[in-house]
Design a protein around this ligand. Structure first.
Ligand code: FAD
Length: 383
């Protein structure tokens, strides 16, 4: 693994940071307070190429490698995790899944829109009664002639209110993972309804929804992969998604670090800068080390993906470590800001609220530890 960035990677990183400094950072507090980003940001992100990272040009993407992808997600996480989530889910959990598992017709139908931000995708796995135990999902897809009729409910779906297409995981066979199939469902299909979930602790600028499907009719050609392949498609997508969440968390830690460096040098107490106190440096040093450690874990996973090597456990390690470190960093950043850290004039309390969900979604920290534990012991703690 090469630990220094090449010119192209640096150029993308700089362009991404410049863009986000002007188009996202000045508005993030307003978007957070009103619980919605300005959707005009989506096509602008598309123009810069965020939605097209690692998607080939023939499908509307900008290509690029997975280190560039992780740099993009880091910059988005540093700027605003709500915006990072919109991109990560649409491009990473839908677009890239169509790229890896879709037919040529499905790629032509959806990818040029998703890779440019013209269309938004959402990922419908979680249900009210099945979160960590996703293989027990109960949404059903029943054959009706050459179509399927899909009925069920999905919970906590990022982009749910805005999405044009939902990757729905539904049961076509018996119980367990082998009975699950995946479908690309247009969200304007009759019988597809959605309700926004308001009042989230963090990620308030992005929409999260409950989805209700009642006899939603899709043709057989809307099925992604074969019948029974849905669960393994979901798990493969989430492995890559975990690298992306990890990269976003590196951005949160980096954002906290930059904020506390500036603030602790300016703010004076007892006639000295906060930065001159050893206990403040103790917290800043931890943050600096954890930013590097998390970034290196993410890059290792990205490098393995790029070289088409097995990467699932490495992605779990990166996601687990980076998300827990992001919560620690944001918590300590508030401590360093004192009372000022508790209000949203400064970015650190938003980092804290946004970081908190990172240890929950795309596999909780406990689930990541079970995956890592299974790998190192050879013994599965799952049933
Ligand atoms: C803001 C937000 C956005 C989301 N976006 C999406 C999305 O776009 N698409 C989607 O499909 N889902 C999405 N989710 C759902 C998310 O992936 C789930 O919330 C997550 O998988 C956990 O499931 P759960 O909430 O049902 O918790 P549960 O599975 O009920 O877990 C509760 C607690 O029990 C622990 N636990 C569970 N099983 C075990 C075990 N075997 N051993 C030890 N501890 C265990 C968990 O770690 C956790 O601490 C989102 C969630 C949120 C909050």
């Amino acid at each position: 693994m090469n630990l220094s960035l090449n010119d192209e990677q640096r150029a993308f990183q700089k362009a991404a940071r410049d863009f986000l400094e002007h188009e996202v950072i000045p508005y993030r507090v307003e978007w957070d307070r009103r619980e919605s980003v300005d959707l005009a940001i989506v096509p602008k992100l598309g123009e810069l190429g965020f939605f097209g990272l690692t998607i080939p040009e023939q499908y509307g993407g900008i290509g690029g490698d997975y280190i560039t992808y992780s740099l993009g997600m880091e910059e988005l996480g540093r700027a605003d995790s709500s915006v990072r989530g919109i991109v990560s889910v649409s491009m990473g959990l839908v677009g890239k899944v169509i790229l890896s598992h879709g037919t040529e017709e499905q790629k032509q139908q959806w990818l040029p829109g998703i890779a440019t931000g013209r269309l938004i995708g959402c990922f419908g796995l979680t249900e009210p009664d099945t979160g960590s135990d996703a293989a027990s999902l109960s949404t059903r897809a029943v054959k009706s002639g050459s179509d399927y009729l899909i009925s069920g409910q999905k919970m906590f779906i990022t982009n749910g209110m805005w999405a044009d297409v939902c990757l729905v995981f539904a049961r076509t066979g018996g119980p367990g993972p082998k009975g699950v199939s995946a479908f690309l469902v247009p969200t304007d299909s009759p019988g597809f309804e959605r309700r926004e979930i308001k009042g989230k602790l963090g990620l308030r600028g992005q929409t999260t929804a409950e989805l209700f499907l009642t006899d939603v009719r899709v043709p057989e050609r809307a099925r992604l992969g074969d019948e029974g392949e849905g669960f393994s498609i979901a798990m493969h997508s989430l492995d890559k998604g975990r690298m992306s969440v990890g990269a976003g968390c590196v951005g949160i830690i980096q954002g906290c670090l930059e904020a506390v460096i500036d603030y602790s040098k300016e703010r004076k107490q007892f006639g000295r800068s906060l930065a001159s106190f050893q206990m403040i440096q103790d917290m800043i040093a931890d943050m600096a080390v954890e930013a590097d450690a998390a970034r290196l874990l993410v890059w290792r996973a990205a490098d393995l993906i790029e070289r088409e090597q097995p990467f699932g456990v490495e992605a779990s390690k990166a996601k687990y470590y980076a998300s827990e470190a992001a919560v620690r960093a944001a918590n300590n950043a508030i401590q360093i800001f004192g009372g000022y850290g508790y209000v949203d004039e400064y970015p650190v309390q938003k980092y804290m609220r946004d970081a908190r969900v990172m240890t929950l979604y795309e596999g909780t920290s406990q689930i990541q530890k079970l995956l890592i534990g299974r790998d190192v012991t050879g013994v599965s703690a799952f049933l």
